[in-house]
Design a binder for this molecule. Structure first.
Ligand code: BES
Ligand code: ZN
Length: 637
């Protein structure tokens, strides 16, 4: 990252000379009455310094993308031209793009061949591409191909899809992988609108985080328009044999044809959720809201690509019990996509807000009883995970992270999500829900299509919500800047879990199984709480009895299965092994992989873990593969 430091220093010097000359470059204001110092303050506030981009938006910044692409399944590459509209400062000499493993073929500025050069390659950040421009430059056009290094892309063979007939391609750009398939200024603070033309094989459809086609055409040529400005990490593309079915006039579901009915059933409440969300924090800003169900190797539960959430098929439980994930991704349409974390160090502003908002949507649609079960599961997971992360990397248990020089993926833990959630819940409980809701609504309205820093949010709260006493009472600084979980972590009272706790007590005492009349009324969440509450060691006979009575090993519910693998592995319950193997080979969702492989390693099953991983690894997306390689100490040779 030495290179980066140099660039930044140069930029500071440049910035200073701009102001010294009394020239102000800014997208939004040009108020000459103010003195230079004030101007500097305002302008620097516009572009927050992001350690994970090489771009310098103060010198030259992108505003719109015209992307023209051909998707080549045979050679597993995308050939494209990225035609960028740019805005330049009066003294701009270059524009810097983030690139990662791209094969650059041609660069033009305003239609004429342009000089360009590359900085050193960094394993996480890739290479900066510097293109020479003059201050008035309007357009930069980059023709390129993706390579095997495109960590955002997963090219699936037909066997890895539900239909087994056609290949599939999907992208995952968050956090800094957009640069592996588009040369871009890859920072959450740099937004642009886009249009795209994408050519795919004529039996397939292409979909993006944009206005989407509702069905295939015969040419395989698709056009896209994204009129709202978005940061690079929300750039997304999926290509495959996919069909659409509407749920309401502005929501719907995309999936492979054989999965579509099941998906539509699962997501029947989509419109209700959007309405609940709008009722809380204001109108949905993006027009249409659809979900695409991807093949099972998708490395996340969901990804909030605007207008088109990408989702794992592992949430199709058949009983709609895992739709909190939909509420979560939908909530990002406000927290994250409208008001965006300024850097990945402020990631909790995206995810903590979204878990809070997700909870509120779930409460609105399914009732407090239900949402408090979710909150209770979250609280227990937070306490477990914070202790574990705290042992190795206490710094990573702070809400405000320091990910400079690291892969921002290392910040994706329960801390930004669940510690963030409970921090906001604590504020809600301190000021009262009504006040907090009014505050949040205004917050989203005020900062829509802008970025937010942790400090900006604290200041905004101090001005609009919290007295000084309240800030002390909630221990605001400790929550944000200290490791661990403060002692005023909100308490969750789930009545429905009290009954589960009682059932667990008698199971532990005398091995009696919870009565069918009781478990018949249990939802997925009660089962998760029950399984998570099992003691560290349990008799194999007792596990077998549970398994026989409630069909846990072979449950069709992925969350229950993954939870069940824990006591099964801990206690060497062999009848679960083939299911565990099958699950790990077919599912690429990292949230399930990490704890399952970890449990195998922690319980003397390294050999089993490595044996499974050999088979499973080719099925995983780079994001999951990289995490598992590290966890298992795997190297290709
Ligand atoms: N935006 C995240 C996924 C993500 C985070 C991708 C960071 C890459 C880097 C998404 O909204 C998310 O949080 N997904 C969760 C959903 C869950 C919390 C309901 C997941 O995938 O498990
Ligand atoms: Zn999220």
């Amino acid at each position: 990252m030495h290179h980066k430091t140099k660039i930044l220093m140069r930029n500071k010097a440049l910035l200073f000379s701009l102001f010294a000359a009394g020239v102000l470059f800014s997208c939004q204001n040009n108020n000459s009455a103010k003195n230079n110092m004030e101007e500097e303050k305002e302008t620097t506030a516009q572009w927050v310094n992001d350690p994970h981009t090489y771009a310098d938006p103060n010198e030259a910044v992108v505003t719109h993308l015209n992307w023209d692409a051909v998707v080549d399944f045979e050679n597993k590459k995308i050939s494209a031209t990225a035609n960028w509209d740019i805005q330049t400062s009066p003294k701009a000499e270059k524009i810097i793009f983030d690139t990662y493993g791209l094969d650059i073929k041609d660069v033009k500025v305003d239609g004429k061949p342009a000089d360009h050069s590359f900085g050193d390659f960094d394993q996480e950040m890739g290479k900066p591409m510097m293109i020479v421009i003059s201050p008035g430059a309007k357009q930069v056009s980059i023709t390129y191909e993706t390579t095997e290094q495109a960590r955002a892309l997963q090219w699936l063979a037909p066997e890895q899809t539900a239909g087994k007939k056609m290949p599939f391609l999907f992208t995952q750009s968050q956090a800094i992988l957009a640069r592996t398939w588009i040369p871009t200024q890859d920072s959450p603070g740099i937004r642009f609108t886009y249009k795209a033309k994408v050519q795919v094989p004529d039996s397939m459809i292409a979909l993006m985080s944009a206005e989407n086609p509702k069905g295939k055409n015969t040419s395989g040529q698709y056009s896209f328009n994204m009129p709202q400005p978005v940061p690079s990490y929300l750039m997304a593309l999926a290509v495959g044999d996919v069909a659409f079915e509407p749920v309401s006039d502005r929501t719907g579901v995309y999936a492979e044809p054989s999965v579509l009915d099941k998906a539509v059933y699962e997501f029947t409440d989509l419109e209700k959720m959007v309405q609940a969300a709008e009722g809380l924090y204001g109108p949905y800003a993006w027009g249409q809201y659809d979900i695409i169900v991807l093949p099972p190797s998708f490395p996340f539960g969901g990804m909030e690509n605007p207008r088109l959430t990408f989702a794992t098929p592992t949430i199709l439980a058949g009983d709609r019990s895992l739709v909190a994930l939909v509420a979560h991704e939908l909530a990002h349409s406000w927290s994250g996509n409208l008001v965006t974390n300024a850097t990945w160090n402020d990631f909790w502003l995206n995810e903590g807000f979204t878990v809070y908002f997700e909870q509120r949507i779930m409460e609105e649609v399914y009732g407090r009883d239900y949402s408090e079960m979710l909150a209770s599961l979250t609280r227990n997971a937070l306490i477990r995970d914070a202790a574990e992360i705290g042992k190795e990397n206490p710094e990573d248990t702070k809400l405000k992270l320091n990910l400079e020089g690291r892969n921002p993926d290392e910040g994706v833990t329960s801390i930004p999500y669940d510690k963030g959630y409970f921090f906001l819940r604590l504020i809600e409980e301190t000021v009262g829900r009504e006040k907090f809701d009014t505050f949040l609504k205004k917050y989203f309205e005020t900062y829509k299509f802008k970025v937010m820093t942790t400090e900006g949010f604290i200041d905004y709260m101090a001005e609009n919500l919290l007295t000084e006493e309240q800030q002390k009472e909630i221990k605001l600084n400790e929550w944000i800047y200290s490791p661990g979980i403060p002692d005023n972590l909100p308490v969750v009272k789930s009545e429905r879990f009290v009954a589960v706790d009682q059932a667990m007590e008698s199971f532990i005492e005398n091995g009696s199984l919870p009565a069918k009349e009781i478990t018949d009324r249990w939802t997925t969440h009660e089962w998760l709480h029950f399984i998570n509450s099992l003691p560290r060691t349990v008799d194999i006979q007792k596990l077998a009895a549970l398994d026989q009575a409630y069909n846990l090993t072979n449950t069709g519910n992925s969350e229950i299965a993954a939870a069940w693998f824990q006591p099964a592995i801990r206690n060497g319950y062999a009848p679960a092994n083939s299911r565990i193997e099958n699950f790990l080979v077919n599912v690429g969702r990292r949230k399930f992989l990490t704890p399952t492989y970890k449990a195998l390693l922690d319980n003397d099953q390294r050999e089993m873990a490595m044996g499974i991983y050999e088979k499973a690894r080719p099925n995983y997306h780079a994001v999951s593969r990289e995490t598992m390689d590290e966890l298992l100490g795997y190297s290709e040779e």
